[in-house]
Design a protein around this ligand. Structure first.
Ligand code: NAD
Length: 465
């Protein structure tokens, strides 16, 4: 190597370093931090700049660019989430990410409330909290990151993610893709950060960090409880056990198809998916016939059901983690039952007390319980939902039944005559949310959920009538 070669290499290295330090020139931002304090500090400074120097138009443009860039990584991120967690279905993972990218509302979602009177004008607007700690689940890691990122930064916030240990690789890659896009577009570094050293201790430290202003916990009861105990305002998006009722007035073939599609969506991982079917007895046989023609396989033999129980429950009677989000065909293969590859759901008739009904299984095993009439169905649906007030569904053409169930269930999401994912925006005219705040009441989250209300009063002026 002569002097010229050496000089060329030095020039190239310097140019690359310069580019990497300058996000506006397509370089990378530091965004993964082992240290909680460093992650929060980076986000505090980014949030101040994002809120102060980027107006609505600039924010909208960058979020638009982010959506476009994420769409280019759809397949890669879906594949990675599947490989990383070993849970779910590739086609549905692609769809979930596409929904999060295209149907999470942006800055346009905000409106100002103005009230004028004899005393002048009062404005009320939603303003950012600041830095948000977002704890994400293993069952929906990448789509949650995309959904929360767009909604949180649309509201002027920054976010530090705490990935689930079982979904570390895919979560970190999603945050990296987001940062590549944000950096190229000149957004401040640290706006979307993530912890790389994942432990309960670090999650706890993040939630309690003095400069974290809001905690969004998406997961099981443990993390929601931890978030609510953090001393911070919290969004608790906890577990569910959604019942679906089919009454004697339903369009049975369509109801059967919808239940199969909703229950098997990403192998039942979404907290909103149909987890137990309650069917009025006089239509149960016909409903079942349609389900068997449309992707369900019924397990009837006592010996097979026994083997399935041994497979899918652990020794504490809880769902076996190794079976969560697995294909119906995979579950059946483990107990030596071979079915056509198109089988999406495993149907088992049982009674209300069965753990298949009582537990949030998160796998495409659908228990079906028969009841005498709608009143009994509704009473049972209320019991098996366990008061989570999360999600429920009905297939019916009886307006009174639909209205009564919607009112009494008090669930955050209630779906009528469609697969449950219609309420996530797929085949439904609503924005997409993958953080569905149940106990804390924000509901399916939007950018508004991550903001706080501020009021400004101008005395004696600006009334135009
Ligand atoms: P999980 O509760 O095991 O983990 C969620 C996250 O919380 C992880 O990052 C984990 O490390 C952390 N965590 C768990 N317990 C904690 C504690 N005590 N203190 C601090 N951190 C803690 O969730 P999972 O098994 O990956 O996800 C499945 C659950 O999440 C299901 O119950 C499902 O219904 C629920 N979920 C709810 C929503 C919603 O929007 N309501 C969305 C997705 C999943």
């Amino acid at each position: 190597m002569d002097q010229n070669d050496l000089a060329r290499i030095v020039r190239e290295v310097l140019a690359r370093l310069e580019k990497e330090m300058d996000p506006a020139r397509g370089g990378k931002c530091p965004h993964g931090f082992a240290d909680v304090d460093e992650a929060v500090e980076a986000s505090v400074s980014a949030q101040a700049t994002w809120h102060r120097d980027f107006n609505i138009e600039a924010k909208s443009k960058i979020i638009g660019g982010l959506r476009k860039d994420l769409l280019d990584h759809l397949e890669e991120l879906a594949r990675l989430a599947l490989e990383d967690t070993g849970m779910g279905r590739l086609d549905d993972k692609v769809l979930k990410k596409e929904l999060a990218i295209t149907k999470t509302p942006g800055p346009e979602y905000f409106t100002t409330k103005a009230v004028s009177g004899d005393n002048g004008l009062v404005l009320e607007e939603l303003a950012p909290f600041g830095v948000i700690a977002s704890i994400t689940p293993s069952t929906n890691p990448v789509a949650s990151v995309i959904n929360n990122t767009i909604a949180m930064i649309a509201g002027g916030n920054a976010v530090v993610f705490a990935p689930h240990p079982g979904a570390r690789r895919s979560t970190l890659r999603a945050v990296e893709v987001i940062n590549e896009s944000l950096a190229r577009q000149g957004a401040p570094c640290g706006l979307v950060a993530t912890l790389t050293a994942i432990s309960m201790e670090n999650v706890d430290k993040l939630m309690r960090h003095p400069k974290v202003r809001l905690v969004a916990a998406t997961g099981g009861p443990g993390v929601v409880h931890a978030a609510l105990s953090s001393g911070k305002p919290a969004i608790g998006a906890g577990p569910g056990n959604p019942p679906v009722v089919v009454d004697e007035t339903a369009h049975l073939r369509q109801a059967a198809i919808d239940v199969i599609l909703g229950c098997s969506f990403d192998n039942n991982l979404p907290c909103t998916s149909e987890k137990e079917l309650i069917a009025v007895n006089c239509i149960a046989d016909e409903l079942k016939k349609h389900m068997l023609e449309n992707g369900a396989h019924e397990l009837k033999a006592a010996s097979e059901i026994k083997r399935l129980r041994e497979l899918v429950f652990d020794d504490k009677g809880k769902p076996n983690k190794g079976c969560i989000g697995k294909d119906a065909t995979w579950l059946l293969k483990q107990i030596d039952v071979v079915v056509p590859a198109k089988t999406r759901v495993l149907l088992i008739e049982c009674d209300e007390e069965d753990p298949f009904v009582q537990e949030e299984m998160l796998m495409p095993v659908l228990p079906m319980v028969r009841v005498a009439d709608f009143a009994e169905a509704l009473a049972m649906a209320l019991r098996v939902e366990h008061g989570f007030r999360h999600s429920a569904a009905i297939h019916s053409t009886n307006i009174d039944n639909m209205s009564l169930m919607a009112r009494l269930m008090e669930t955050t999401i209630f779906t009528k005559n469609a697969p449950s994912y219609a309420s996530l925006g797929y085949g439904g005219d609503c924005p997409t949310a993958f953080t569905i705040a149940t106990s804390t009441g924000q509901g399916p989250t939007t950018p508004l959920s991550f903001c706080r209300l501020r009021r400004c009063t101008l005395h004696g002026a600006f009334r135009i009538i």
